[in-house]
Unconditional design. Structure first.
Length: 103
């Protein structure tokens, strides 16, 4: 399985921590094309395999730039369900970061 570079960067950062930690918590947006299973598999293949990993998923949300309606995109739809416009601002769903570690 190919390694995800964004997740590899998180693992590299954690490996540089000066103290031991028992668990790590990451945030992954719904729009990130990486399943929880793929994340856990990459974690299991890393030197941190014995450390607990928790994933918090963030739902995708967009805002139409024409009518300002906020909506959850269904199957990566890009048109507004209210007015049909295709111009949207991504509000959430693309996150991928280390939220915290616990000792």
């Amino acid at each position: 399985m190919p390694k995800n570079p964004r997740f590899s960067a998180i693992i590299d950062h954690l490996l540089q921590q000066p103290t031991y930690f028992a668990s790590a918590h990451i945030v992954v947006g719904e729009s990130v094309l990486l399943s929880d299973e793929q994340i856990y598999a990459q974690w299991a293949e890393s030197p941190l395999a014995q450390t607990s990993l928790t994933i918090r998923r963030v739902p995708a949300e967009q805002q139409c730039m024409a009518c300002f309606e906020k909506y959850h995109p269904i199957r990566a739809e890009i048109s507004c369900p209210r007015c049909g416009s295709v111009g949207a601002k991504i509000i959430s769903g693309e996150e991928f970061f280390l939220e915290s570690i616990e000792e």
